[in-house]
Design a binder for this molecule. Structure first.
Ligand SMILES: *Cc1c(COP(=O)(O)O)cnc(C)c1O
Length: 427
């Protein structure tokens, strides 16, 4: 077993010292501020300057996170009216936003066009709506089809967006579609970008590159047909996977960039501006959850730890445990890292359904009542994307920064929801 990172131990000590975990607040989330800065720097360094990096807001739409990312030079990809508002509130202006909502109303189309944000068109019906709204919105930004290159699925079906029957984008290989796309671009000079996103987590470099290559070839064909550079930018989506099994960052942005450069050199020639939309690869490893172990017991001879971290903050892990395993670390009530006395145990959450277990038969130091449990790599799609089952509140979140003297400075990113907040939410 690899040794635990020192900052995780400091974080547990800091949480105990500051009394962050209480009866009223038995669970908190953390964002590693310095880690976020380093990750964004690594992303920018991996790709040439004509690449523009839009953060997928759904991965972590917290205001403090979006502001931190913006300060590091990220742009924003929004996929719902709420995410759009989160991006705007965090300071992203029209052209710094791309909008990818799969199911758009006329009102939101009008709003996105008026903002001057980039609008990705999901289907032919939607294009007809946009055509009608366009005269009202002369200051619109770039507009283009989202293409489903139909290259197949990755290892997690629910995360794959480029299968034959995917619900996303225009199916490139369906009969007549390619021709219709080419004609639309030829007829409308305001159609000037093209988008694809092959999927998230479990998508191989090969599969992503195969999808992107098809879209680059399409863009070149569009330009040829138009007799001019109609397509000015290509959005290659996000989807770089994250290693949930250790602290190692793999694959890296550099490895992905090198692979793409080798397979699709046209992306790197400067012929098109290129947009990316990474979410998980930016935030997952820069966040963790700390939860109190309330009680333990034995059931059918198996040790069970009843903790406060379950489906309300680890929804995917609980519902699809094989696809989304999480690393867990144990700390005693003083915040000291527990290393010995390994047993096989179930790590259960607080929700009232039998499947609310974040790890089944996990071999790890035996958890006792009052211990703390850390759920690693949960900076994206975990505490930032709560599930309101059992009227459990969204937990408090802190940003943390390690000072030169080794001390951790905490910044409150979000308070835990009050019971009143939750009651208002549920109605
Ligand atoms: C979810 C999503 C992303 C981000 O995916 P990650 O796996 O988090 O990088 C990017 N673009 C679109 C269109 C998405 O739906």
């Amino acid at each position: 077993m690899e040794p635990i990172r020192r900052d995780y131990i400091s974080l547990a000590h800091t949480a105990v010292k500051n009394g962050l975990l209480t009866d009223e607040r038995p669970l908190v989330g953390f964002v590693d501020i310095n880690g976020v800065k380093q990750t964004v720097a690594a992303l920018k360094e991996a790709f040439p300057d004509h690449f523009e990096h839009y953060f997928a807001v759904k991965a972590n739409g917290m205001s403090a996170v979006l502001k931190l990312l913006r300060y590091q030079g990220m742009l924003a990809e929004a996929a719902s009216p709420g995410e759009l508002q989160q991006a705007i509130s965090a300071g992203y202006c029209g052209r710094e936003i791309v909008f990818d909502e799969p199911v758009k109303t006329r009102s939101i189309i009008r709003k996105v066009l008026s903002l001057g944000a980039t609008l990705h068109v999901d289907n032919f019906d939607e294009l007809d709506r946009i055509k009608k709204l366009l005269p009202e919105c002369p200051n619109h930004g770039e507009i283009g089809y989202r293409i489903n290159p139909q290259v197949g699925s990755g290892s997690i079906k629910a995360m794959s967006t480029a299968g034959l029957h995917s619900k996303f984008g225009v199916a490139l290989e369906d009969e007549g579609n390619r021709e219709r796309i080419l004609q639309d671009y030829a007829n409308h000079s305001w159609l000037n970008t093209v988008h694809t996103h092959v999927g998230s987590q479990g998508i191989s470099f090969e599969l992503a590159a195969a999808g992107i290559a098809k879209v680059v070839a399409l863009a070149q064909e569009i330009n040829q047909r138009a007799g001019e550079q109609r397509i000015v930018s290509i959005d290659i989506g996000g989807g770089l996977g994250v290693n949930f099994l250790s602290d190692e960052v793999t694959p890296t942005f550099v490895e992905y960039a090198d692979f793409l450069n080798h397979k699709i050199p046209q992306l790197f020639s400067g012929e098109f501006r290129v947009k990316t939309e990474f979410g998980r690869a930016i935030m997952a490893k820069n966040g963790c959850i700390l939860a109190r172990v309330e009680c333990t017991k034995t059931s059918g001879g198996r040790h069970i730890a009843n903790t406060h971290a379950g489906a309300q903050v680890a929804t995917r892990t609980v519902f699809m445990p094989e696809a989304w395993p999480l690393r867990l670390s144990a700390f005693d009530p003083n915040g000291d890292h527990k290393t010995g006395n390994h047993v096989e145990q179930d790590i259960a959450g607080p929700c009232c359904f039998a499947g609310d277990v974040v790890a089944h038969q996990r071999h790890m130091p035996k958890l006792d009542s009052g211990d703390l449990l850390m759920l690693h790599d949960t900076g994206a799609y975990y505490f930032s994307n709560p599930f309101f089952y059992n009227s459990l509140p969204a937990p408090a979140v802190y940003g943390y920064d390690i000072q030169d003297n080794g001390e951790i400075e905490l910044e409150s990113y979000r308070h835990q929801q009050t019971i009143e907040d939750v009651m208002k939410l549920i109605g």
